[in-house]
Ligand binder design. Structure first.
Ligand code: NOJ
Length: 766
């Protein structure tokens, strides 16, 4: 019997088991969900304990898959496990040829022929790379972000993948943490909206379609709160922060239908997240009713030994499975020890059944039982990877991700002719760095550099001088630690060229691999000699447009004080140079707003807009010492959350509330007029914040609760309205539940968290 026949046989059995003889019209009686559950249960009944454990085992596919069968070492063991039905999923396998080869073994050579799921870190694109997620968040454009995820899904699915380990929905307030590039920034509300957009973009409406893949909300939980911003470090946070700040984007992802979760490397209040029953069972599976599955992070089950939480790999497996971690990524702890642990009574077989059921359920939802080779079409792969529509999509996303931080002397937009423009900085001519971190499948040198983007505009005279490198040696490999260069020998040439220019464009910041996993920094200024280069060039020509490329907020107080135009251009992916050039030349009017606060210096970190007031807030007498402040730096950031300029200007007026008070299920409509008072058509993100003045648990001085992007022609005015209701003011209260408390509130409307207009309202819970 071929394996396809084996699978069909299983399905036929299911129908009998599931529907029974008395049922004449099963569809009318059973919902699709009932039928699916019956099919899952029927398969489970056929499985041995070892086969069920096999479903919980995920291996990295590092060997030459279509080469000779591995004969020794880890690869041989993995290969044997695969043939014996002891593997449920593989990661880092890409390309239809390899996926098909492995799927064939699972489907045609194992006893039950259960298909594998193939996972991959499609974080911001597969081969066609979109902006880093933090940059996309700066667009505040949920439809575009959803589209960007959908592009990534379509391209990834075409190479045989069915699962991305994204979105990362970790809130973080610490720019030192290299992985802020991978998230949506510091705010739980914006983070939740973006989590929803990304989950919907990846998963679409139909998981069985061949242009959708599974999403994975990660890292559950609190990974973004690692002490001192050092990756993998300890996390200690209280319940209010967990519930009100860290959990909301995860909960939003569950509500949006995300089918998988990944736990995290960090410990949370003394218990590693991977072995954390409170997180995975009490919150995720019980409270939030999540019925997909949880995958561990890479090797994080065994890492509980180093944490000092498990004495060996066997105990780590016991702790992790009992805590609700369903799939073991690369620890081999489940496949080695779970069977013995069940026999010893330390793990219930029902616990294994539950984990296996969750994984099988998702495999059914993907349609893999109906067609395990659905994602394995080489022609479709060829037609799809890198296609023109994807290039257009990531270009659009990239333009929208750019944030204009400063624009004096009308330096921007650039004039299109008659100008001598000198471009300085190694990043300007780099075709790899714009891909950022987490671009495993993209080819080096595949991004459009800034220089190439500028070269498309022929009217000006363009000269390029490097000035200085960022780092010594190669910067291409993810596992290399980079050393910033100290070589200033190129300065003189840069200064000589700058002297003659009408405008100098300096492309400075971080290399794409200076942020990301394992890339924490204690100095978040411009790395290497770039700050000196900037100051030297400024001495000979102050007409500088500083284009920043970075994966995290940078502390650039000198630049803010001296440089007339500053453009935050992050790492924008494959179409980076085209996007930046189009913004610099005014073919796209910048509309991005910062999703993370930019500090004045690293000593202010963690710095975020939704801080608590303290008992000693800002004092008006500057000579006073005893208030919550620094004696050597302001409390305020360099650029606040939600901030971003346009080539045009917007004026806010006529803030109105439909009433000053609401109760129970009532609401207030709050509106404002926004006028374009400048010369260009432009987009503005109108932001709504509230403040709960007193509560059973102290509340932040500001909380984002709504936003809307509008487009206005010069002189045009639009009225923008928001509804405030119970949902707007709810939080996790001292009663340990989400509820609205009666009291006094303020509401703010403006173009950033540096609020402009404000009003008061009250809520009364009858
Ligand atoms: C470790 C990272 O923390 C996680 O985000 C990623 O998905 C896995 N490695 C797999 O590459």
């Amino acid at each position: 019997m071929t394996v396809i026949k084996k699978v069909s046989f299983v399905l036929a059995t299911i129908v009998v088991i599931g529907c029974g003889q008395k049922i004449i019209k099963p569809k009318a009686v059973f919902s699709q969900k009932d039928i699916l559950e019956t099919r899952v249960d029927s398969i489970l009944k056929l499985m041995t304990l070892e086969e069920k454990i096999g479903q919980l085992n995920q291996y990295n596919g590092f060997w030459e898959i279509t080469g000779p069968t591995p004969k020794e070492g880890q690869a041989a063991k993995k290969y044997a496990d695969l043939k014996n039905g002891l593997v449920g999923s593989m990661l880092n396998v890409k390309g239809v040829k390899d996926v098909r080869a492995l799927q064939k073994i699972a489907v045609e050579e194992t006893r039950l022929g259960i298909p594998l799921i193939f996972g991959f870190d499609v974080i911001h694109g597969f081969k066609t790379i979109s902006p880093i997620p933090l940059a996309e968040a700066a667009s505040w454009d949920l439809a575009e972000i959803k589209k960007s995820a959908a592009i990534a899904a379509e391209e990834a699915a075409s190479v045989g993948l069915n699962w991305t380990f994204a979105p990362m929905v970790d809130i973080s307030r610490d720019a030192r943490w290299g992985r802020v590039m991978e998230g949506a920034g510091e705010d739980p509300y914006l983070g939740s909206q973006i989590a929803i957009a990304r989950v919907q973009g990846f998963q679409g409406d139909d998981l069985t379609a061949r242009n959708t893949i599974l999403a994975c909300a990660k890292h559950f939980a609190a990974y973004g709160f690692s002490e001192s911003g050092r990756d993998y470090n300890t996390v200690d946070v209280g319940e209010s922060t967990l519930q009100n700040v860290i959990f909301p984007p995860f909960k939003a992802a569950v509500d949006a239908g995300v089918r998988t979760f990944m736990n995290s490397f960090n410990e949370l209040n003394g218990i590693p997240a991977t072995g954390n029953k409170y997180l995975q069972r009490d919150i995720l599976k019980d409270d939030w009713k999540f019925d997909g599955f949880v995958v561990s992070d890479w090797g994080s089950i065994n890492e509980m030994i180093a944490h000092g939480y498990a004495k060996d790999s066997k105990q780590a497996a016991e702790i992790a499975i009992n805590a609700g971690s369903d799939m073991d990524m690369e620890s081999s702890a489940y496949v080695e020890y779970l069977s013995a642990l069940v026999k010893e009574g330390k793990v219930k077989e029902s616990t294994i059944d539950d984990a296996a059921r969750r994984i099988l359920r998702v495999k059914f939802e993907l349609g893999l039982f109906d067609n395990p080779y659905l994602y394995c079409d080489e022609n479709y792969e060829k037609e799809t990877v890198g296609k023109a529509a994807f290039q257009e999509g990531v270009l659009e996303m990239a333009k929208k991700s750019i944030v204009l931080l400063k624009n004096e002397k009308e330096l921007l937009p650039l004039k299109k002719s008659g100008q001598k423009i000198v471009v300085i900085g190694a990043l300007a001519n780099d075709k790899t760095s714009p891909l950022g971190s987490w671009r495993i499948a993209a080819d080096d040198n595949s991004a459009v550099s800034l220089l190439e983007g500028l070269q498309n505009y022929k009217g000006n005279q363009l000269t390029y001088v490097k000035g200085a490198d960022l780092t010594e040696g190669r910067t291409q490999f993810i596992w290399e630690t980079k050393i910033n260069t100290t070589d200033k020998s190129g300065f003189a040439e840069a200064m000589a060229a700058a002297k003659t220019a009408d405008v100098v464009i300096m492309s400075l910041g971080e290399h794409g691999l200076q942020s990301g996993e394992g890339r924490s920094r204690t100095d978040i200024g411009l790395p290497g000699v770039q700050q000196e280069l900037l100051e030297e060039v400024y001495k000979v020509n102050p007409n500088i447009v500083l284009v920043l490329n970075n994966g995290r907020p940078l502390a650039i107080p000198w630049a803010d004080a001296h440089i007339p135009a500053i453009v935050e251009a992050w790492q924008l992916g494959t179409q980076s140079g085209n996007a930046i050039a189009q913004v610099l030349y005014g073919d796209y009017n910048p509309s991005g707003k910062l999703p993370m606060t930019f500090p004045r210096n690293v000593g202010q970190v963690p710095i975020y807009y939704n801080y608590k007031n303290t008992g000693r807030p800002v004092m008006n007498e500057p000579e006073s010492v005893f208030w919550s402040h620094y004696i050597d730096e302001k409390n305020t950031p360099l650029y606040p959350f939600g901030y971003g300029l346009s080539y045009t200007q917007f004026e806010y007026s006529n803030m109105e509330l439909s009433q000053k008070y609401f109760s129970d299920d009532g609401s207030i409509e709050v509106s404002v007029n926004v006028k374009n008072t400048g010369k260009y058509t432009g987009k503005e993100v109108v932001q709504l914040y509230i403040r709960d003045l007193f509560a059973s648990i102290t509340r932040p001085v500001l909380e984002l609760k709504g936003f809307e992007m509008i487009e206005l022609q010069p002189n045009q005015t639009k009225k923008v309205s928001f509804i405030i209701n119970k949902k707007t003011i709810e939080f996790f209260t001292a009663n340990s539940k989400w509820e609205a408390e009666s009291g006094d509130f303020k509401v703010f409307l403006g173009g950033s968290s540096a609020k402009t207009l404000e009003a008061d309202f009250q809520y009364k819970n009858n």
